[in-house]
Ligand binder design. Structure first.
Ligand code: GCU
Length: 660
């Protein structure tokens, strides 16, 4: 493994010249708790960095008195910070709350607040705030763009100082659950629930537990066959149930910090209940029941669709699949089962509507899945700060009830009173020195954690915090970098696929353009362009997908005149001559946005160049190199997409620019 790594946003730059001595005291909490010890340890090293002097344990003379105090009235995992010029108290009712309060104090001071200004009370928006690693046990990472796994190497589990730093980073932004292995569970990973790996998983889970993080494993639904030698993995078969019962007892006995399992079943070739004519609910509930005695939970993914579709088939619509497979069993899923739903109905495209399953389900625990690994959004080469997208997702009104009906309301559990609810991100880390390949991609790692803890934060607030903590730039430069981050998603969208249609990417790898790359394949991801127009008719005259939404949204999406234009081609097949609200034709919009997007990518690089000498040179070089690649990519997208539609439509660019 790579033995060198950065401290990301926990670098604690000195922000005060007047050296202070701090004394720490713990009141009401168990001082032997590992999490409380971690909080103290973070405070000591952090405050030393920030205030540049000693932090002591309640002895001698000191300038600041710091107290961590247990106050039962504070909400679960929440905290309150109270301070004046010479004292500060972190109040919480549980260990995690105290730890998060400690990190909040350090964050606020690092961001330039004075001690006396640090007065805040926070309760996490979501009970579950999780990272999903798609790490394989051979060290590779599915959709990883930052090196190899730091959890696995040559089919062994690695636990070292980097693991601890990873846990610190995650806790510092409020993450409380980590799935360590890829959802596609094969080969060695199937054996993570056997004694081949128990000792090491336990060691790893203990490091996480020190920072209030529970460990989760992805499961192979066919484990009863592959490990147990049974002939089937039918979830209603008595032998299969018996096997899982024994397994759960063994696993939870060996791994006390295990939170439960994540399951990808009947999806993209993975085994599942469909093979036996059973439903997704049958599979999820069976596993839910076997882990229930140990307080475990089953997070069951809804990414179930027909991946062997015939492109000639206009009726089958991949976008419909999640809702079609899961909605009918609303209310049937057991209490310790959560359905994990991708933000969009397809697969993490730069623009998709919100999955109608979110809020479509009203009697089922549900959790939002997003992807900060930039699989379709530039592979951490292209700059694409994703908080603006996630904010749109969270703020979307589902109309599932009169009020309290946004995605944020639903996935937090507030809307329907679910205790199990939350957000998960497919993580963008690897063993690169800077963790995320592109130094600027760490804004998404930081941002997801912060947003899952507090969905009210704005994209800009998160960006500024991250910049302050990471680079501590002068205000003008901070403004520049903030602006770059905030514009980056729209820029990426402009030079890639137009108006919500998605895809058009190089098959399998998913970087760079290939307009027809998925057009005649089995994956259900078509744009249906011909010489007259482009887009998929998902209205009531087409696949009927628009009708999966509640009335208010269904009516809007169903009508091309009312459909939000950024999603127009997702919902409708539109002629190139169609007039958009700007007065432009669709084809002219395609040309213009692609020329603009590429030009704006070049502007991003120019702005970045003005930060030379302001950020460490290693950061500058790393990001500059990526901008060179991004511009190459943007040109390729611009020219391939524009040429493709010029050739299909025969309509020239009104501005007479070069199209090939
Ligand atoms: C996408 C991705 C796969 C991944 C899958 C999933 O299709 O390309 O690599 O396994 O999503 O979410 O399960």
């Amino acid at each position: 493994g790579n033995k060198e790594w950065t401290q990301l946003w926990l670098g604690y730059k000195n922000v005060s010249n007047d050296n202070k001595t701090v004394s720490c005291e713990v009141v009401g909490f168990n001082k032997d708790s590992q999490v409380i010890k971690s909080a103290l340890c973070e405070l000591k090293s952090g405050l030393k960095g920030i205030l540049s002097d000693e932090v002591v344990d309640n002895a001698g003379s000191y300038d600041i008195a710091l107290t961590i105090k247990k106050v039962d009235a504070i909400a679960k995992e929440g905290f309150k910070l109270e301070s004046d010029t010479s004292s500060v108290s972190i109040l919480a009712s549980d260990d995690n709350g105290a730890l998060y309060g400690a990190f909040e104090l350090l964050r606020q001071l690092s961001c330039g607040k004075k001690l006396s200004e640090v007065n805040v009370e926070k309760t996490p928006s979501n009970p579950l705030r999780m990272m999903n690693h798609w790490d394989n046990m051979d060290g590779s990472i599915e959709r990883g763009y930052s090196g190899q796994s730091f959890f696995f190497e040559n089919k062994e589990i690695v636990v070292d100082e980097r693991t601890r730093d990873y846990a610190r980073f995650m806790a510092s932004v409020g993450i409380n659950g980590v799935v360590i292995n890829n959802v596609n569970v094969k080969d060695a990973a199937t054996y993570l629930i056997t004694d081949r790996y128990f000792d090491k998983v336990k060691e790893l889970s203990e490091v996480f537990a020190d920072y209030g993080i529970k460990t989760y494993l992805s499961l192979n639904f066919a484990a009863p066959i592959e490990l147990g030698g049974l002939e089937v993995c039918d979830p209603l078969d008595e032998k299969v149930i018996g096997w899982w019962k024994e397994k759960a007892k063994e696993v939870f006995g060996k791994l006390p910090h295990l939170g439960g399992f994540l399951v990808k079943a009947d999806s993209e070739g993975r085994p599942g209940p469909f093979t036996y004519g059973r439903t997704q609910a049958d599979g999820a509930n069976m596993l839910g029941d076997v882990v229930a005695p140990y307080g475990g939970i089953i997070i069951w993914r809804c990414f179930v669709y027909n991946c062997t579709q015939d492109w000639r088939d206009y009726k089958t619509d991949r976008a419909r699949a999640g809702y079609d497979y899961f909605k009918d069993f609303d209310g049937a899923y057991h209490d310790n089962v959560i359905l994990q739903i991708k933000n969009g109905p397809m697969d993490f495209q730069i623009r998709e509507p919100i999955s109608p399953l979110i809020g479509g389900l009203t009697k089922t625990n549900q959790m939002l899945e997003v992807q900060i690994a930039q699989e379709y959004t530039g592979h951490q080469i292209d700059l694409c700060y994703l908080m603006p997208m996630f904010k749109e997702v969270l703020g979307f009104k589902t109309y599932c009830q009169k009020e309290n009906d946004t995605v944020a309301d639903v996935v937090s559990g507030r809307a329907f009173g679910n205790k199990l609810a939350g957000m998960a991100a497919v993580i963008n880390t690897g063993n690169d020195k800077n963790w995320t390949g592109n130094y600027l991609a760490a804004a998404n790692l930081y941002g997801f954690g912060r947003l899952s803890f507090d969905t009210e934060l704005s994209s800009e607030e998160i960006a500024r915090e991250w910049i302050r903590l990471t680079f501590a730039l002068e205000k003008v430069d901070e403004d520049k970098l903030t602006d770059m981050l905030l514009r980056s998603r729209e820029i990426y969208e402009k030079y890639t696929s137009p108006l919500g249609i998605g895809w058009m990417v190089t098959p399998h790898d998913h970087y760079g353009p290939s307009v027809d790359g998925y057009e005649y394949s089995r994956w259900g991801t078509y744009h249906r362009a011909d010489h007259l127009g482009i887009g998929v008719d998902r209205s009531d005259k087409g696949t009927g997908y628009a009708q999966q939404y509640y009335k208010e949204n269904a009516e809007k999406y169903n009508d091309p005149e009312k459909c939000p234009e950024e999603l127009l081609l997702f919902f409708h097949h539109i002629p190139y001559t169609w007039k958009l609200k700007t007065g432009k034709t669709l084809i002219q919009h395609i040309y213009d946005s692609h020329f603009e997007g590429e030009a704006e990518a070049e502007q991003l690089f120019e702005t970045w160049k003005s930060l030379e000498g302001k950020v460490p040179s290693e950061v500058f070089e790393n990001v500059s190199h990526r901008f060179e690649l991004q511009i190459y990519n943007a040109k390729e997208w611009r020219d391939q997409v524009n040429s493709y539609f010029y050739r299909k439509s025969g309509i020239s660019d009104q501005k007479g620019r070069k199209i090939y």
